[in-house]
Design a protein around this ligand. Structure first.
Ligand SMILES: Nc1ncnc2c1ncn2[C@@H]1O[C@H](COP(=O)(O)OP(=O)(O)OP(=O)(O)O)[C@@H](O)[C@H]1O
Ligand code: SF4
Ligand SMILES: [Mg+2]
Length: 349
């Protein structure tokens, strides 16, 4: 049975938590880009959580904020349930949590050798130099790169080798968690499989916790324990990966699932395809931010902003008024007929 709830409270056993985090950027003409709005997600030790959603929905901004690279306008990032306050805690966060970016070209210094790049975090942390060679060799072995590459520069490596070097540099401090921001999306399919294989092997050997940012819902399903779906800065659905894919509760998740060739139990059913584009994050629609594109919207959707509501076992939640008993008959029966995508004007908030 569907029950009403609120945003989940941060879990005491979480390694890393975004607790009601909002991140904004200034835009032209005094507008504000609402990149992330009131997001609460927790990364539990040992799990793989995937953040999925269209380009521009705020995935990278949330990932960077979790690593302390962007300051939240509201809310907190918690490590072991406690806010990151003070430089010592930021240093602790950056030691225990590392990030891998989509484009290793942007993160690897072209003037440094592979050896220097992988050793750089050790140098910055003041790890005794006598330990560097062994730790660099271990990190290179972990990503299955030969030591003969140690004296090369990034431009002398293939795209896949560059991404492995970036992973080695992230691993050399032996972090507990990796935030992987689309780590394979710029790579050829064959190389992509190899890099995923390296990451998944490391996950089990080192008991790594992963936050895996991806556009690819089928990949999220294949490798993740839980999925959080973002839409225009909000998490609109989260829960166990199989449940979110097999029984999506939010119309946006349903449309994402329908748009990719994920084999679904029971096959077909009505497909809800997404129309229109993600609105400008400086002009967030009123009410439910998905309403201009939602095939199931009904009366209150353009003026009531739904919170995350409990939507089944295993912590599955979705931010949709169809799940809210307060909307009575309309919620119980759903909209009388699917509405055409609206041209409702958006407003700055
Ligand atoms: N430094 C910035 N200044 C202004 N706006 C920004 C900045 N960084 C991100 N944004 C805006 O914030 C929103 C979220 O961007 P973000 O990069 O987090 O999205 P994303 O989900 O990672 O997209 P993609 O899948 O394309 O990587 C977008 O509207 C983006 O244009
Ligand atoms: S609240 Fe309304 S517009 Fe938003 S997802 Fe649910 S039905 Fe669609
Ligand atoms: Mg991104």
């Amino acid at each position: 049975m569907l029950t009403a709830g609120t945003n989940p409270a941060p879990r005491g056993d979480a390694l890393l938590t975004a607790d009601h985090v909002t991140v904004e950027f200034p835009a032209r003409r005094r507008a504000t880009v609402h990149a992330v709005t009131d997001v609460t997600i927790s990364l539990r030790p040992g799990e793989t959580l995937s953040l999925v959603g269209e380009s521009g929905c705020g995935k990278s901004t949330l990932g960077r904020t979790l690593l302390g690279l962007l300051p939240p306008a509201e809310g907190d990032v918690l490590l072991d349930g406690l806010p990151i306050l003070g430089r010592a805690r930021v240093r602790e966060l950056r030691r225990r949590v590392q990030m891998i970016f989509q484009d290793p070209y942007q993160t690897l210094n072209p003037r440094m050798t592979v050896r220097a790049i992988v050793a750089e975090p050790l140098r910055i942390r003041g790890v005794p130099k006598a330990q560097h060679a062994a730790r660099v060799a271990q990190a290179m072995a972990d990503v299955r790169l030969g030591e003969q590459l140690l004296d090369r520069h990034p431009h002398q490596l293939s795209g896949g080798q560059r991404q492995r070097v970036a992973i080695a540099a992230a691993l050399v401090l032996e972090p507990e968690a990796l935030i992987c921001d689309e780590p394979v999306s710029m790579l050829d399919v064959s190389v992509r499989t190899q890099i995923l294989d390296v990451l998944l092997d490391l996950r089990s050997r080192r008991e790594l916790t992963l936050l895996f940012v991806t556009h690819d819902l089928s990949l999220a399903w294949a490798i993740c324990d839980r999925i959080a779906v973002m839409y225009l800065g909000r998490v609109v659905e989260q829960g166990p990966a199989a449940q979110v894919i097999e029984q999506p509760q939010h119309p946006y998740t349903r449309a994402l699932v329908d748009a990719v060739p994920v084999p679904k139990p029971g096959g077909g059913g009505r497909r809800e395809l997404l129309s229109g584009e993600l609105p400008d994050a400086a002009r967030v629609p009123t009410g439910c931010r998905f309403h201009p594109r939602c095939p199931r919207r009904f009366d209150p959707c353009d003026h009531v902003d739904p919170p995350l509501l409990a939507a089944g076992p295993g912590d599955q939640r979705a931010a949709c008024l169809l799940l809210d008993p307060a909307h009575g008959a309309a919620a119980a029966g759903g909209p009388a007929a699917p509405a055409a995508p609206s041209s409702t004007p958006t407003e700055s908030r």
